[in-house]
Structure formats: structure tokens, C-alpha cells
Design a protein around this ligand. Structure first.
Ligand code: GTP
Length: 602
């Protein structure tokens, strides 16, 4: 297709504002799908995505649209992930487009997540087409939302399309505006091949499928190509697009978006943001913006039943086939046995992997406290030289006397909320060691910017934020580097034995409070035993908080007064079942739920 008849765009929308529904409508309108095929949403194709309604992997479809001017256009619609954990993937998808549809819910208005993506889109010089969706809702206030788009984002929204993806209103108008407002791509067919690797995923039949945006040159079957960052060569064996069904094509020319396969077995070899060129006579300079993604949140995953270890290893391996951004290595814990230390892009990413392991692979898991990565400068000792280490497991915390400095990652968080919740939100940020940077009001809402230590956010910050704002506050963050902090390792001892799964790195200033909270929760979560159980929080050898679980008689059937035998049996049965999901620490059984519950802050 010639450049003037191509339009590449993404859809930017806050979660639930209707991105997937709208994408499906556009596909349906341009004839890609029948009404029946529409019944299942096409773009979000992973189960968990469907259930939670979040887009995890970017997908792209090609639509052929004959506009009112009689010309037929190739529209490449790119679905982008809607969560901060996947910000880098979003940035590469945006870099592959010339424009964006900004979808805003007519009843909800502009949200923080939308803002972050819009600003990125503007940075990529995108032409932005505003769409006000859900105008069918009685609570829709399109004029107010228009004004918000203009005030907050600073783009002209006077001719924003008023649409309802649900009822099919405004769909043609959206397509017309895409053609009229978004410029076609530029590129040179005769220049050496330069294509950006936008995304990759594993397909059991095709191997690794790679989504590309061709910048210059032509990509076709039989071509020997080089991945400039990865440093590997591959022979292309398929070229095509999704319309939305997989369709093979002879070639992809400049400005086009489509897929290639090249008998690649692991997604790790196809890194998002890489530049693809030809082995012979190829480009000499890679495209800008490439970044190696690094996990930022780590935790241990252990099977509840030690016999499941092999199954866990296999399942993690399979998941990793499709997700190069999560990392794992074997870990052994005195109390939890064998498991894996895993790294994730963020908490949502962690939850997704954890959920897939339990759901798709039917594994019962214990997750240890999530931790961020700390940089530690160690001074020389009699036996060791000075060194710099990156700590991502509290279990590897070094001898405190050798620690010169510890640095922790910080983030800049932007929170957008109706102002009635502002007070509680400021308190939450303050409690989490936040430093307020900015506070502005826009029409009954507040936008507040805080700098926060990442380790205060990884536990349950997001959940707390949602619950204190009854779901109305939105949150977005970016990392802003490492800062020195007075950080210590807090251990939790049950019956005088440290429970490694519960130890964590905390700031000294909040250690006592966190320790006390943890002991109090454990006291309620651990069942009574025949003996008294001390629960302590300690830093080094110093106990900073303590609770005691008093002793009880073991025979749970005693309270049946020897009477009803079936009830007695039931109780014994219940006790047995409970045992299967317990862990033993210093002769104390801790139910699995206790770990998870204990890790939530009060
Ligand atoms: P994420 O994938 O989580 O980002 O969500 P999304 O933006 O893709 O939203 P999705 O398309 O899944 O729609 C969210 C909800 O809004 C669904 O329940 C839709 O049925 C509903 N919805 C979407 N468009 C409209 C609309 O025009 N009117 C009404 N009333 N509901 C809509």
C-alpha cells in the first residue's frame, strides 16, 4: 500500500472506558468480523485479560476502510496495554504509530492513567482524535468531558466524536476522522530495511510471532535478517497481518505494520524495541528508544505441597516462554523448602503470573513478601573487599556491620481523585514516607504528585488507594532512581524461630509500627497450640514488638461432650484438611492464608 493510504494509530483509554468494545466495533464496521464473531471480544484474547478486562499484550489488527471520499485505506489499529507495569511496551507501540484515538468515558471523564499515555502520545508527535464514549449512559456529560479534555490535556476537543461503542453510535465518524486527521507514515522503499520489533509472543504452531513496524525498505519471506540489539540472524519464513484473522502477505512495505515468523523458539530472542535489518546491505544505525526491561519487584513462589516442585518448575518455564520480562531462579528456604525467586515488572504483573500458575496449572502456592531491588555498598572487612551488591531477597541481607549505604528505588506517582477523598489519600502517601511535590485542582478533582519509595508502594498501596477512594482515585507512576535510606531487615520469629517468608526490608522509622502490626495479625491468624507461642519482630538481635498466643487443649472434639459421633468425625476431617495447608515453624503450624494475610499492611 502506498504511504498516503496507510493510517497507523493506537487507542488510548483508561481501564473500562471502552477501548476493547470500540476496537471490536471498528473491526465489525470495516467488515473484519460478522455479528456472531463479535460476541466474543477479539482483541483481549487471554482468559485473565477477559475476566479482569485488562489488556496485557499488545495486539494489532488491519482494517480496510473505504472512506466517503471513495478511497480505500489500510488502517492499522494497535491495542496497547493499559497498565503502568507495561509502560515500556506502551512506549514502543506508540512509537509505531502516527496518531491515537483518545477514548474518554462520557460519565467518568479524564483519569490519571489516560493522562500518562496521552502525554506520551503527544511526545511521539501523534495527532490525537478525541472520542467521547458511552454517550448512551444517562449520566453522560459530553460537554463537561470536552471541556476537561481541553483544560487538562490541552488539545482541541470541539469536534470530538460523540460515540457509543455499545450501541454502535459514531463509528463511521471515528473512521472518517482517522483518515482525515491522522497523517500517513513516511518511509523510503529503496532504503536499507529498518523495522521496529513492536511485540512478540509464543504461538504453539508458529513458534515466536513478531509484530513489526516497517520504517524503511521491504520485509518479505526468504529474507535473511539481523536483530541489531539481540545480535542474532534469522531467516524469515512468514509475513502477514491480522485482519483480525491471520492472513499471509507477500511483503510488508514502509509504513506498514504486520507480523513475521522466523523459526524462533524463545521470545527472549525477540526483544521489544529491537531493530530488524537485512544481513546484507543492512542499516548501520539502530532505531532510538531501545531499552532492556528489568524486573523491579521480586518475591518467592513456593509450592504448598513440596511434591509439586517439579510441576511448578515446568509451569513457570512454560509461562516464561511467552513472557521474557519475568525472571526466575531456584531458591531454597529453611521453612518453605524448594521454590523460585521470581522477578516482575510490577505488582499487577506478579498477580497475573501468580493467578495463571494457580488457575491454568492448578498449583497451590505460598508467596513471600514482595521486595524491590536495593543497592548496597559494602565496606571492606578482614576477609572481603569492598563491594557493591544488588539485593532482591531479604534472605541475602549482608552482615549489617559491613553496610556502608543502602539505596532504594523511588517513584514519582500521579494520583487523580475527586477532592472529597484527597485528605485520606494525602495521609496514605504521608504514612508511606511520601514527599508531596504538586497539588492542583481541576473541576472538583485534585491531581496530586508525590515522590514515594517503591518499597512502600509494592505491598498494598494500590488496594488501599482504591478502597479509601471507593474506586475513584487513579494512580500512575514512573521510576525516578535510587536514593539512600535508613533501611534495615526486620525478621519475624514464631516460637523463637525466624520465618523467612515474612522477613522484609523496612525503613527504620516505620519498622516498629510495621512489626507491631505484623505480630498482631499473626496472633489472630495462627491457631492456638498446646503450648504458649511468642511472636516477635526483631531487627538484628533486638526485639521491637511482641505478642503471645496462649496455649489451648488440642482435642478439638472435647467440646462435643462425647455426644454426636458424626459431628466428631466431621471435626477431625476438618482438622486433617487444615493440616494439608499448614506450614511448620518451630513446632508451630501456620495456615497458608496467614502468610498472605500477614503481608497486608493494616
Ligand atoms: P480495559 O481493557 O480494561 O482497558 O477496558 P476497556 O477500555 O477495553 O473497556 P471495555 O471495552 O472492556 O469496556 C468496559 C465496560 O464498558 C464493558 O462493560 C462495556 O460493555 C462497557 N462499554 C463500552 N462501551 C460502552 C458504551 O458505549 N456504552 C456503555 N453504556 N457501556 C459501554
Amino acid at each position: 500500500t502506498d504511504l498516503a493510504h496507510i493510517r497507523n494509530f493506537s487507542i488510548i483509554a483508561h481501564i473500562d472506558h471502552g477501548k476493547s468494545t470500540l476496537a471490536d466495533r471498528l473491526i465489525q464496521f470495516t467488515g473484519g468480523l460478522t455479528e456472531r464473531e463479535m460476541s466474543a471480544q477479539v482483541l483481549d484474547n487471554m482468559d485473565i485479560e477477559k475476566e479482569r478486562g485488562i489488556t496485557i499484550k499488545a495486539q494489532t489488527v488491519r482494517l480496510n476502510y473505504t472512506a466517503k471520499n471513495g478511497e480505500t485505506y489500510e488502517l492499522n489499529l494497535m491495542d496497547t496495554p493499559g497498565h503502568v507495569d507495561f509502560a515500556y511496551e506502551v512506549s514502543r507501540s506508540l512509537a509505531a504509530c502516527e496518531g491515537a484515538l483518545l477514548v474518554v468515558d462520557a460519565a467518568q471523564g479524564v483519569e490519571a492513567q489516560t493522562l500518562a499515555n496521552v502525554y506520551q502520545s503527544i511526545e511521539h508527535d501523534h495527532e490525537i482524535v478525541p472520542v467521547i464514549n458511552k454517550i448512551d449512559l444517562p449520566a453522560a456529560e459530553p460537554e463537561k468531558v470536552k471541556a476537561e479534555i481541553e483544560d487538562i490535556i490541552g488539545i482541541d476537543a470541539s469536534d470530538a466524536v460523540l460515540a457509543s461503542a455499545k450501541s454502535g453510535i459514531g463509528i463511521e465518524e471515528i473512521l472518517e476522522q482517522i483518515v482525515a486527521k491522522i497523517p500517513g507514515p513516511t518511509g523510503d522503499r529503496d532504503a536499507p530495511l529498518k523495522a521496529m520489533l513492536v511485540d512478540s509472543w509464543y504461538d504453539p504452531y508458529l513458534g515466536v510471532v513478531i509484530l513489526v513496524r516497517v520504517i524503511d525498505g521491504v520485509i518479505k519471506k526468504g529474507l535473511n535478517v539481523k536483530f541489531m540489539q539481540g545480535g542474532t540472524d534469522h531467516l524469515i519464513d512468514r509475513v502477514g497481518c491480522f485482519s483480525p484473522k491471520r492472513t499471509e502477505l507477500a511483503e510488508l512495505g514502509p509504513g506498514e505494520i504486520g507480523f513475521i515468523t522466523a523459526q524462533i523458539k524463545e521470545v527472549e530472542q525477540a526483544k521489544v524495541g529491537d531493530t530488524i535489518t537485512t544481513v546484507k546491505g543492512g542499516a548501520t544505525q539502530a532505531l532510538p528508544g531501545y531499552k532492556e526491561v528489568q524486573p523491579v519487584v521480586f518475591c518467592g513462589l513456593f509450592p504448598v505441597d513440596a511434591n509439586d516442585f517439579e510441576k511448578l518448575r515446568e509451569s513457570i518455564g512454560k509461562l516464561r516462554l511467552n513472557d521474557a520480562s519475568f525472571s526466575f531462579e531456584m531458591e531454597s528456604s529453611a521453612a518453605l523448602g524448594f521454590g523460585f525467586r521470581c522477578g516482575f515488572l510490577g505488582l499487577l504483573h506478579l498477580e497475573i503470573i501468580q493467578e495463571r500458575l494457580s488457575r491454568e496449572y492448578d498449583l497451590d502456592l505460598i508467596t513471600t513478601a514482595p521486595s524491590v531491588v536495593y543497592r548496597i555498598d559494602l565496606r571492606a572487612s578482614r576477609t572481603d573487599d569492598a563491594a557493591e551488591i544488588y539485593l532482591h531477597n531479604p534472605a541475602d541481607y549482608p552482615d549489617p556491620s559491613r553496610i556502608e549505604t543502602i539505596e532504594e528505588p523511588w517513584i514519582k506517582a500521579t494520583i487523580y481523585t475527586p477532592d472529597e477523598y484527597l485528605g485520606s489519600i494525602l495521609k496514605l502517601c504521608q504514612d508511606r514516607r511520601g514527599i508531596q511535590r504538586d497539588l492542583t485542582y481541576v473541576g472538583g478533582r485534585a491531581q496530586v504528585t508525590y515522590e514515594l519509595p517503591l518499597n512502600e508502594v509494592v505491598f498494598d498501596f494500590y488496594d488501599r488507594l482504591k478502597s479509601i477512594s471507593r474506586g475513584y482515585a487513579s494512580f500512575d507512576y514512573e521510576q525516578i532512581g535510587l536514593r539512600e535510606g535508613d533501611l534495615v531487615k526486620m525478621s519475624i520469629l514464631v516460637n523463637n524461630e525466624p520465618v523467612d517468608a515474612l522477613s522484609m526490608i523496612v525503613h527504620r522509622g516505620v519498622a516498629e509500627e510495621r512489626g507491631r502490626g505484623m505480630c498482631e495479625r499473626l496472633k489472630d491468624l495462627i491457631p492456638r497450640h498446646l503450648f504458649k507461642i511468642p511472636i516477635q519482630a526483631a531487627i538484628g538481635g533486638k526485639v521491637i514488638a511482641r505478642e503471645t498466643i496462649s496455649a489451648m487443649r488440642k482435642d478439638v472434639t472435647a467440646k462435643c461432650y462425647g455426644g454426636d459421633i458424626t459431628r466428631k468425625k466431621k471435626l477431625l476431617e476438618k482438622q486433617k484438611k487444615g493440616k494439608a495447608r499448614m506450614r511448620e515453624y518451630g513446632n508451630v503450624s501456620i495456615p497458608q492464608e496467614a502468610f498472605i494475610a500477614a503481608l497486608r499492611m493494616g
